[in-house]
Design a protein around this ligand. Structure first.
Ligand code: PRX
Length: 668
C-alpha cells in the first residue's frame, strides 16, 4: 500500500488525516436544515433511482436538461471502451442550449453575466445580449475561415468576450482550446501546435493586481516560436488599451471583425460525440495532455451537477464561481453549467486583494451573490487576512457555499461555513478533475449531511470507490486508490491525438477501471476522504503541475546540470513547488541570485504559477541503484522532517551532503 509510506516511484506523500481531525469531523456533522431540505431541487429518492437504473437516470437528465435537434435513442455505447459514446445518435448545439433557448422561452431579459472588471468597470449582459454577441462572433469566425471541426485557441482574461468566444466556437462546432492567461509563450506555443489551432483569440492585455498585464505580446512570441506557420488569424479584444505590435493580414481587432457582423446566426447541430473542447492539463510526464470532451454527455452532467449540487434556483439565485476560464472549473461551472441552466452569474477579472483585501466580499454584497464556489487555497488566504474583512460586509445573501480543487482541511471548512456562510449555509466539497468533466463526489445540500473535510459520497449515477492494490474495494476505515468503475456522461473521451497515452494513463493501473491518480480513504461511515495525488503531480492552489515538466524547464537553464522537484506541504497553497538543483561545474552563477534566476526562468517557460517557492542548490541528488530519484527523501528535507530510511540509496552519504548544502541559496 503506497499511501502512508510512499515508495521511490510514487510522487506525493499522501498524509492520512489524524484521528483527531476525524473525530472533529464526526463531532461536527451538519445534518441538512429541514427548511432548506423541503425546498431543495432533489431529494433522497434520486439516489435510489440512479442506483436502480443508472442509464435510465442519465437518459432522463439528458432529455430534461437539454434541447436536442435530433433526439437520441441510445444512451451508452461502451463497446469501444475505454472510449465511451453517450447519447450518440442524438444531435444538439451547446451554444443553442446555453443561450438561444432561454431567449426563445421569453427569458431574454434575464441577466446572464454581471461582469466586474478589476479596475471597477462593469458590464451587464442579458441572455438576449449574449445571443446577439455570440451570433456576431460566430459569423466573424466563419468569415475568418473557421469551419465545424477546426480548433480555435483562446488566450483571454476573464472578460465577457472570453465567454462569448467559447460559445461562438461551440456554435459553429469548432472545438476551443482555452489556454490560461497566466501561461507563458512557450506553453501557449506547444498547445497551439498540439491542437493545430488555426485562429487565436486574445486581448491586448488584462488587469491583474492593479496593473495591465500584456497578453498579445505573449501570443506574438508564441507564434514567432513556430506556431505562426499554422495560425492564420489572431483576433484581438481591446481591453487595456496598451500598445501592441501588429502583423498586417494576420491580426484583427475583435471590434472590427465582430461588431459589424450580422447578429443572425444559426447554431450548427452536431453529433452528441462531437468534440466541444480540448483543455491541457499536467500529467506525470513533461508534455501536457490535451484532455478532450464531447458535447451531449458533458453538457448533461455539467447541467445536472450545477443545478443540484448548488441547489440552483435560476430565477432568484446569483451565482459566482471564482475560477478562471483557463481551468476546467471555468469551463463547466462558469460557462456551460450555469448558462445551460439559465443562471445569473458574476464574473470577476482580477485578484481578491485589489484594490484591497475586501474585494471579494464587496462583490458578494454588491450583487447579492447567493451561491459561491471557490478553492480551499482562497479560503485559507482569506482566513489569514482575518475575519474582520468579510464580517464588515453584508453576506446574508449567501445560501450555498462550494469548494473545489484540493482537499479542504476541516479548519478551513468550518471557517468558511461560519464566517462566510454565517453558520447557515450548506458547504459542498466537490471532488472532480479535468478528466471527469464535472463533479463526481460531493454532498447534496438538503439531502445529505455535510462533514468538514470529506468530499463524501458519489453523486447519483456515479460509481466511485476506493480500492487496494488488487482492485478490491477497501472496507470502511481503510485507505487506497480512488477509482471510477462505470463510465459517466462527462468523462473525457481521450487525450487529443494520443489514444495510447489515454489508455496508459488512466486505464492500465487497474484494467477496465478508471484510476483517478488520487489516494483516498473511507471513514467508518463509508464517506470518502481525498488524500491527495499518489503520482508525480503536485497540486498548488488547486492547480495541477507536473514535477517532470518543471524539472525539464530547470535543466533547460544553462546553469543547471540536474534538477528534482517535489511538492511540499504549504499552509496556504496546499502544496508548494520545491526544487533541488545541481549546478554545472562551469556555470558562471552568482550564488546570491541563482535561485531568483531559476524561478524567473521557470515562470518564463511555463508560467508564474509553476515558479518554485524554494530553490535549493545541492551537490548531489539521492538516487537508487537503478538511477531513480528518491523524492520521498527530498520531500522530508523540503518539509523540514527528519530524513527517512535511506538504505536503498546508491550512495548513502548523499543525504548528509544535501543537508549540509542547505546553507546555500534558498528563496523561501
Ligand atoms: O487531486 C484531486 C484534486 O484536484 C485534482 C484535479 O485537478 P484538475 O484536473 O486541475 O481539476 C481541478 C478542479 C476540478 C484531483 O485529481 N481535487 C479536486 N477537487 C478536490 C480535489 N482533492 C480533494 N478534494 C476535492 N474536492
Amino acid at each position: 500500500m503506497v499511501l502512508h509510506d510512499t515508495d521511490d516511484t510514487t510522487g506525493q506523500p499522501t498524509p492520512a488525516r489524524t484521528g483527531l481531525e476525524n473525530l472533529l469531523a464526526e463531532d461536527r456533522r451538519f445534518a441538512p436544515d429541514p427548511e432548506f431540505a423541503a425546498q431543495a431541487n432533489v431529494h433522497a429518492e434520486v439516489y435510489s433511482w440512479a442506483n436502480a437504473d443508472r442509464l435510465d437516470f442519465w437518459a432522463d437528465q439528458a432529455r430534461g436538461l437539454l434541447d436536442w435537434a435530433t433526439p437520441f435513442t441510445q444512451t451508452l455505447d461502451w463497446s469501444g471502451a475505454p472510449v465511451a459514446r453517450w447519447f450518440a445518435d442524438g444531435t444538439l448545439n451547446a451554444a443553442y442550449n446555453a443561450v438561444d433557448r432561454h431567449v426563445a422561452a421569453g427569458r431574454g431579459d434575464r441577466v446572464a453575466l454581471h461582469f466586474e472588471g478589476e479596475p471597477g468597470d462593469t458590464r451587464t449582459l442579458t441572455y438576449a445580449d449574449l445571443l446577439r454577441e455570440v451570433s456576431k462572433a460566430a459569423n466573424a469566425l466563419t468569415e475568418l475561415g473557421v469551419r465545424t471541426g477546426d480548433r480555435v485557441a483562446i488566450y483571454l482574461p476573464l472578460i465577457p468576450e472570453a465567454v462569448i468566444a467559447m460559445l461562438a466556437c461551440a456554435r459553429i462546432g469548432a472545438p476551443h482550446s482555452v489556454v490560461f492567461g497566466g501561461f507563458s509563450a512557450q506553453a501557449l506555443h506547444s498547445r497551439i501546435l498540439d491542437a493545430d489551432a488555426r485562429v487565436v483569440i486574445t486581448a491586448d492585455g488584462g488587469y491583474r493586481r492593479g496593473a495591465p498585464s500584456a497578453l498579445k505580446s505573449t501570443v506574438d512570441e508564441a507564434l514567432a516560436a513556430g506556431s505562426g506557420e499554422i495560425v492564420r488569424h489572431v483576433l484581438v479584444v481591446r481591453r487595456t488599451g496598451q500598445d501592441v505590435d501588429w502583423t498586417e493580414g494576420r491580426d484583427l481587432w475583435w471590434h472590427d471583425a465582430v461588431d459589424g457582423a450580422s447578429d443572425q446566426h444559426e447554431a450548427v447541430a452536431v453529433e452528441a460525440e462531437h468534440p466541444l473542447f480540448i483543455l491541457y492539463t499536467s500529467g506525470t510526464t513533461g508534455k501536457p495532455k490535451g484532455i478532450f470532451h464531447t458535447t451531449g454527455g458533458y453538457l448533461t452532467q455539467a447541467a445536472w451537477t450545477h443545478r443540484n449540487v448548488f441547489d440552483l434556483k435560476p430565477e432568484t439565485d446569483v451565482y459566482w464561481c471564482t475560477a478562471d476560464i483557463g481551468w476546467i472549473t471555468g469551463h463547466t461551472y462558469v460557462v456551460y453549467g450555469p448558462l445551460i441552466n439559465g443562471a445569473t452569474q458574476v464574473i470577476y477579472e482580477g485578484t481578491p486583494d485589489t484594490p484591497d483585501r475586501g474585494r471579494w466580499w464587496d462583490i458578494v454584497q454588491k450583487y447579492r451573490v447567493s451561491i459561491l464556489y471557490t478553492a480551499p487555497t482562497a479560503i485559507r488566504t482569506c482566513m489569514k487576512w482575518g475575519e474582520e474583512l468579510p464580517s464588515a460586509r453584508d453576506l446574508s445573501s449567501l445560501r450555498v457555499l462550494g469548494s473545489v480543487g484540493e482537499p479542504i482541511n476541516p479548519e478551513a471548512w468550518t471557517w468558511y461555513r461560519r464566517v462566510i456562510g454565517g453558520d447557515r449555509t450548506p458547504v459542498v466539497d466537490t471532488w472532480w478533475q479535468t478528466e471527469t468533466g464535472a463533479i463526481m463526489i460531493s454532498p447534496l445540500p438538503g439531502v445529505t449531511a455535510a462533514k468538514p473535510g470529506s468530499a463524501q459520497v458519489p453523486l447519483p449515477g456515479i460509481a466511485a470507490t476506493v480500492v487496494d492494490d488488487d482492485a478490491q474495494p477497501v472496507p470502511d476505515g481503510a485507505g487506497g486508490y480512488l477509482v471510477l468503475t462505470e463510465p459517466w456522461p462527462a468523462m473525457l473521451r481521450g487525450v487529443w491525438g494520443d489514444e495510447q497515452r489515454f489508455r496508459d494513463t488512466y486505464w492500465s493501473r487497474f484494467p477496465g477501471i478508471y484510476f483517478a491518480g488520487d489516494g483516498a480513504k473511507k471513514d467508518d461511515d463509508g464517506d470518502i476522504w481525498l488524500l491527495g495525488r499518489v503520482d508525480d503531480v503536485m497540486n498548488v492552489s488547486g492547480h495541477r503541475l507536473s514535477t517532470t515538466e518543471i524539472e525539464s524547464a530547470l535543466v533547460a537553464h544553462p546553469a543547471v546540470a540536474e534538477a528534482a522537484v517535489v511538492g511540499a506541504a504549504d499552509d496556504t497553497t496546499g502544496q508548494a513547488v520545491v526544487a533541488f538543483v545541481i549546478l554545472r561545474g562551469d556555470a558562471q552563477t552568482d550564488p546570491e541570485t541563482v535561485g531568483e534566476d531559476l524561478r524567473a526562468h521557470v515562470a518564463k517557460l511555463i508560467g508564474p504559477i509553476a515558479k518554485p517557492r524554494t530553490v535549493l542548490v545541492v551537490p548531489e541528488l539521492p538516487k537508487t541503484r537503478s538511477g531513480k530519484i528518491m523524492r520521498r527523501l527530498l520531500r522530508d528535507v523540503a518539509e523540514h522532517r527528519q530524513v527517512g530510511d535511506a538504505t536503498t540509496l546508491a550512495d548513502a552519504s548523499v543525504m548528509d551532503l544535501i543537508q549540509q548544502g542547505l546553507a546555500t541559496p534558498s528563496t523561501d
